[in-house]
Write a protein that binds this ligand. Structure first.
Ligand SMILES: Nc1ncnc2c1ncn2[C@@H]1O[C@H](COP(=O)(O)OP(=O)(O)OP(=O)(O)O)[C@@H](O)[C@H]1O
Ligand SMILES: [Mg+2]
Length: 367
């Protein structure tokens, strides 16, 4: 079977490099509308990371959208992503994340807007050039289940026309800690191990831009940590990473910036910026017994905008500048003779931001 697949690859490549002899489209979930026919697998030479396109953003979208008939998968999406940035793309099920990845990855054509990928305008004519510079780890691994791990990767290294496919495969397997499973059939691997093979496959071509669609879905905590380390390493080596995930702590830890998509883009920025944009800064005070006159304690303090009681002995104090307000609040509590158990700045997680925005959308939909 491996020989048959490799023979087919060779044939595809020979035909694809001959402009006079176009191939039929490769069957898939959708027809790859922006593919020049038969060019899907052509990666004749490695695109140098230092080419002229480095001046443009690694990825950009302007009013980008995709609909399938009446169904809008995503709409009016605009962003710019710098080289070497890890960009998190978050959103609920059906928000349009995978469709965005498939659109930017030249697998399907947008129905509105424009984009650049690896600095190259996303047009049907540029499909091959873009694909030479990117790699996609899709939601479902899509491996040849009867072939071994190494054979699967060997096939793809052939497709990428890697100079030394054996070495590439070995390096990719080591990167995902799968060297000891190289000769196992992919069909015999667990879900998480197949995910790792798919990640190894995405690394084979040394991409400038790497799309990872839920790369840690189904992975155990140790494998997840390994993938996180791998992403951090890729980032250090200058690879731009477009990461979709439902794991918000993963996004918070790994991503320079995140976008939250719910068909349209709800927000975009650094996780800390999003928190500040959405939530007022607060201090949380806990006392041993309830304060007899909290209004007097918290009144007229510098950088304190207001307060509310939260349960019997907890107080949430809205502040404009915690470094000014916290010492003032502490002094006021001590002067009032309060037994303070704790005082601290409240921290909102990226999950709080996400839930706030997605719940807002949910409520608007119900109205
Ligand atoms: N080929 C297709 N034909 C018709 N509708 C599609 C197609 N692909 C995606 N959609 C629809 O587009 C919307 C966005 O789907 P998409 O797979 O991009 O969501 P997602 O954000 O990746 O969700 P998840 O978190 O579940 O992976 C969904 O309503 C989906 O049903
Ligand atoms: Mg998806």
């Amino acid at each position: 079977m491996i020989y048959l697949i490799r023979w087919l690859i060779g044939k595809l490549r020979r035909r694809a490099t001959s402009p006079a002899e176009p191939l039929g489209a490769v069957p898939g979930r959708d027809e790859p509308a922006v593919h020049a026919r038969g060019e899907r697998f052509v990666t004749r030479r490695k695109a140098a990371a230092s080419d002229a396109n480095r001046d443009a953003p690694a990825l950009s979208a302007l009013g980008l959208g995709k609909r399938f008939g009446d169904r809008v998968a995503f709409d009016d999406v605009s962003f710019e992503i710098g080289h070497g940035e890890v960009f998190g793309f978050l959103g609920p099920n059906g928000a349009g994340k995978t469709t965005t990845v498939r659109t930017l990855g030249t697998l399907i054509a947008p129905t509105s807007g424009s984009a650049t990928v690896a600095g190259i305008p996303l047009t049907p004519d540029n499909g091959v050039e873009i694909r030479r510079r990117i790699s996609i780890m899709p939601e479902s691994p899509g491996l040849y289940l009867r072939l071994s791990v190494a054979e699967n990767l060997g096939c793809f290294a052939d497709l990428y026309e890697a100079a030394d496919p054996g070495d590439r495969v070995d390096r990719a397997l080591r990167a995902v800690n799968l060297a000891d499973r190289a000769s196992d059939a992919c069909g015999s691997l667990s879900k998480g191990l197949r995910q790792r093979v798919a990640l190894a496959r995405a690394l084979l071509s040394d991409p400038q831009v790497l799309f990872l669609d839920e790369p840690t879905s189904g992975l155990d905590p140790v494998a997840t940590r390994d993938v996180h380390e791998l992403i951090a390493e890729l980032r250090r080596s200058g690879v731009t990473i477009f990461l979709t995930t439902h794991r918000l702590e993963e996004a918070e830890r790994l991503c320079d910036r995140v976008a939250i998509l719910n068909t349209t883009l709800r927000t975009i920025g650094r996780p800390a910026e999003l928190r500040d944009r959405l939530f007022a800064k607060t201090l949380t005070v806990r006392t041993l017994i309830p304060l007899p006159e909290p209004g007097r304690v918290f009144a007229d303090l510098p950088a304190v905008d207001g307060w509310r009681q939260d349960g019997a002995r907890d107080y949430v104090v809205a502040v404009s500048d915690p470094s000014l307000a916290a010492p003032a609040v502490t002094r006021a509590l001590v002067q009032a003779g309060a037994d303070v158990l704790s005082i601290g700045e409240s921290h909102h997680s990226l999950e709080d931001v996400y839930l706030e925005l997605v719940n807002e959308d949910e409520e608007a939909r119900r109205r």
